[in-house]
Design a protein around this ligand. Structure first.
Ligand SMILES: Cc1ncc(COP(=O)(O)O)c(C=O)c1O
Length: 408
């Protein structure tokens, strides 16, 4: 398919997508010409191949331009904007996010990131001494630290499980979490997609097992939201947090918190709110004055996401991961730390080389092959996390495959 030449405006991108609307997403996933057109929307550093998009999926130019426009407009409007339509706009953008999440607009708020969302829940539960919490050693460090803090502060006992890199079945993982639950367990936190390996966990089954024992479930969805398609209520969790500057490609410092309607009253807000009803989720959203132009640009990031199509995006990310992992999985020196079962992965994977420390591997990949990755060395995972984005080409991944197969 012939590209348009130059960066595509959002409208031209929509036209391009429309022109291939009858092609199934699975086929579009590997259409390098189509993705070369999408890639033109990204200003990429020529110095290296960026395979570390998991931290921050920087904005395509189409969204960046809108964001800059919002910064200018808010600076022009000043307090007038803040005192008139600020809250209304934020609410309507939260409703657009609710539509992606498949939940009610009354169950979602815009936060600054996953850390704020999850720590608000971990810190906001009405803990009593001796209460227990369950989490995994593969969970993100900031949340593990927050659990340590509530342990010191309220006498909560934390039980950590360790998720295998290559589980045999969903039941194995469900049993692992279920076996850590006791009569004292109040909250179970679980990652939807483990950030260091990209493994997707069977959240609905874990949540059902926890609920059978009366335990509330908090999901760390930092890497799942707008990466692959799902509805939050289908996960059967009580709380879910994500960062929009990750897979939605919204500006830095944007996230969501979902709280199931009947659980809103259970959480003490981090920032006190006196006026709202206990079941009003905006009670948890009193952050004070913040960069409201970021809120506005979330709406543009959503438009970009819908213009491309959620299925097409997911299919591309899955295709890219499978493209390189399938070429190295059976290589004798290569250790893949991400399951081969397609139900347990999407765009992210982690790879090690026998006999090479992850930090050395990252240095070699960067120094010799000009590939930027993130090393991981702990919680049973030893390798580099590889996170392509939709603009990544198969030619770039061939450089990675070549590097991994020649390294010893
Ligand atoms: C699984 C997971 N949870 C939470 C976070 C924290 O995200 P943020 O720094 O955007 O709050 C990250 C960040 O990489 C993550 O990977």
């Amino acid at each position: 398919m012939v590209g348009f030449g130059g960066m595509l405006s959002m409208d031209s991108l929509a036209e391009l997508v429309k022109s291939v609307s009858d092609v199934p997403s699975a086929l579009m996933a590997g259409d390098e010409d189509f993705w070369a057109s999408v890639r033109k929307g990204y200003k990429l550093k020529p110095d290296y191949i960026n395979l570390e998009n998991g931290y921050y999926n920087f904005l395509p130019e189409q969204v960046l331009e809108k964001f800059i426009g919002h910064v200018r407009e808010i600076n022009y409007q000043g307090s007038y904007y803040m005192r008139t339509v600020q809250a209304e706009n934020k609410k309507s953008i939260a409703a657009k996010l609710a539509a992606i999440a498949g939940c009610s607009p009354d169950e979602i708020i815009i936060t600054r990131n996953t850390t704020e969302s999850l720590d608000m829940v971990i810190g906001g539960v009405d803990w009593k001494p001796g209460d227990e919490a369950v989490m995994a050693e593969q969970d993100y460090g900031a949340m593990l630290e927050m659990f340590k803090q509530v342990s010191k502060r309220y006498g909560v006992i934390n039980k950590q499980v360790s998720v295998p890199n290559h589980p045999g079945s969903d039941e194995e993982i469900v049993n692992l979490y279920a076996s850590a639950i006791t009569d004292k367990t109040k909250l179970l936190m679980v990652s939807h997609m483990i950030n260091i390996t990209g493994q997707i966990l069977p959240i609905q089954k874990i949540a059902d097992a926890a609920h059978e024992r009366g335990v509330q479930v908090l999901v760390d969805g930092a890497h799942s939201f707008a990466h692959f398609k799902f509805n939050i209520p289908d996960l059967h969790c009580d709380y879910f947090g994500s960062s929009l500057h990750k897979w939605l490609s919204a500006p830095l410092g944007s996230g969501i918190l979902y709280v199931k309607k009947e659980k809103i009253r259970n959480i003490w807000p981090l920032f006190a709110e006196g006026e709202r009803k206990t079941d009003d989720i905006s009670r948890l959203n009193h952050t004070g004055t913040h960069p409201v132009h970021t809120d506005l640009a979330i709406s543009d990031a959503i438009d970009f996401y819908h213009t491309l199509g959620a299925e097409t995006k997911e299919a591309r990310l899955r295709f890219l991961q499978h493209y390189w992992t399938s070429k190295v999985r059976d290589h004798p020196n290569v250790l893949l730390n991400t399951p081969a079962d397609a139900a347990r992965y999407c765009g992210i994977a982690n790879v090690g080389i026998r006999g090479i420390k992850p930090s050395d591997l990252a240095d070699i990949l960067f120094g010799k092959y000009k590939i930027y990755t993130a090393p991981v060395d702990g919680a049973g995972v030893h390798g580099c996390r590889i996170t392509p984005n939709i603009y990544t080409t198969t030619a770039e991944l061939d450089v990675l495959v070549n590097a991994l197969t020649e390294l010893k």
